[in-house]
Design a protein around this ligand. Structure first.
Ligand code: IMP
Length: 431
């Protein structure tokens, strides 16, 4: 009953889509377990680029079951658009392969309106959210006023709950945020149409996954965002509103912790982040610009340019500890080609003292200075490499340093956007 979890080590955008797509070949079922359509997983098959926001990355493989778990917040209109776009390109011909947990919460129009209005009002202090309504939806879940797919399927329950909640949301939108009130009938009609289309996908996903695992099926859990955006363990408050770490595969998938057999941490060979918040190894110079240009570092969901910097081993060790990483998938190694020197942050310095852990205080995290170890760079293009032997000695030395600094073996190295531009050292399903 192997259950493999793939999680982001950094601030999201580590290339999880590609890694999960490759691992999905060995899985029967692929599950998203947190986040929502704030995520953007880019996959390149042949010459075709697909960006997925809510549908698990297994969808590009024939016959894989894709599950949206209870921990995900789902924008049903955006999900339908994604399903239709996928079908238009020949994927998901059998729609029954996509399953949605009856306990997953719905993103409602007022969630998006609140998210966007708050960000506008915050001005300089904005979090830099994706504006998709993710935070307000999780707030309502915890406040126990959220609407779930199970509620959507019960017309009367949904109508009553929506009426009650909308009254409160409209008062908040008008008086606190200076926004227009939203119309009940419009939302109710829209969600009635969505109910009809999405109802066939709704199941008790926890029971389904537990039975599937007991029957020996291979399940892959696909994380969204990254460890540093975890609401508990990330750079709070510059985080997303869910737990992004591996434990969320259990709470957000509806399976027990002892089901998980392997956790793969996906990390870029350097670091990027979108949105505000601390980023000790950020490069605000020509090197950062080169990473942004060569790595095409623009957000898959919002198109925003990503902030770029060196690999941060303090962050990586934080992720190893929190996720219990079994192995690493190092992505975008090819982007470092052409650097004279490649730097790795091995620790921080704060007030003259060496710091080995990620501080909770945002002021402290903003104030730390990276302590770097330098490695010789390389000029060789790497995208043709299919084994470690194909890599120059300098590159292998860099990879060994990452393994040593994190105490974690590398399972996979990505040297280009396409599926085949990958060096596979260990199959996570056999680890
Ligand atoms: P939210 O998840 O839209 O509330 O945004 C909160 C923070 O998480 C912002 O800094 C976003 O840019 C960031 N974020 C959310 N989803 C992703 C993602 O998939 N990749 C990278 N950053 C993300």
């Amino acid at each position: 009953m192997p259950a493999v979890v793939g999680v982001g080590v950094q601030w999201g955008d580590e290339g999880k889509g590609k890694v999960v797509d490759i691992l999905a070949e060995h899985a029967d079922i692929v599950v998203r377990y947190q986040g929502g359509n704030n995520a953007g997983h880019t996959l390149v098959v042949g010459d075709e680029k697909t960006v997925l926001h809510q549908v698990p990355s297994g969808v590009l493989h024939d016959g894989k079951i894709c599950v949206i778990g209870n921990g995900v917040v789902v924008d049903p209109a955006a999900l339908l658009e994604e399903i239709d776009a996928l079908r238009g390109r020949g994927y998901l011909e059998d729609e029954s392969l996509l399953k949605i947990s009856d306990r997953a919460h719905l993103i409602m129009p007022y969630h998006r309106a609140i998210d966007q209005a708050r960000e506008r009002l915050r001005g300089e202090g904005r979090i830099g959210t994706t504006g998709r309504g993710i935070g307000p939806t999780y707030e309502d879940k915890m406040a126990r006023i959220g609407l779930r797919f199970a509620d959507l399927l019960e017309e009367a329950t949904f109508a009553e709950a929506l009426r009650r909640v909308l009254e409160e949301k409209n008062a908040y939108l008008r008086t606190m945020l200076g926004e227009q009130a939203l119309d009940y009938v419009r939302i109710s009609d829209q969600y009635a149409r969505l109910r009809e289309r999405l109802a066939p996908h709704v199941i008790d996903a926890g029971v389904f996954l537990d039975r599937s695992l007991a029957a020996g099926r291979r399940v892959l859990f696909e994380g969204a965002q990254g460890t540093m955006l975890d609401v508990d363990h990330g750079t709070y408050p510059y985080v997303t509103s869910s737990n992004t770490t591996a434990a969320a595969a259990c709470t957000g998938g509806g399976i027990a912790p002892n089901r998980i057999s392997c956790v793969v941490g996906i990390t870029k060979a350097y670091t990027t982040r979108v949105g505000s918040g601390p980023f000790p190894t950020e490069l605000l110079d020509a090197v950062g610009e080169k990473l942004q240009r060569d790595g095409e570092e623009f957000g898959a969901t919002t198109g925003r340019p990503r902030r770029c910097g060196w690999f941060d081993a303090v962050v990586a060790r934080h992720a190893v500890r929190l996720n219990g990483l079994t192995g690493l998938a190092v992505t975008k190694l090819d982007v470092l080609t052409g650097m004279k020197t490649v730097r790795v942050c091995v620790a921080y310095e704060l007030d003259g003292k060496r710091v080995e852990e990620v501080p909770a205080s945002i002021a402290a995290f903003n104030a730390v200075r990276p302590v770097y170890e330098d490695f010789p760079g390389w000029e060789e293009p790497l995208s043709r490499a299919r084994s470690l032997d194909d890599l120059p000695q300098t590159v292998r030395r860099y990879l060994t340093a990452i393994e040593e600094l994190t105490g974690t073996p590398i399972f996979m190295v990505s040297v280009g956007a396409r599926r085949q531009d990958t060096i596979i050292l260990q199959n996570a399903f056999n680890a």
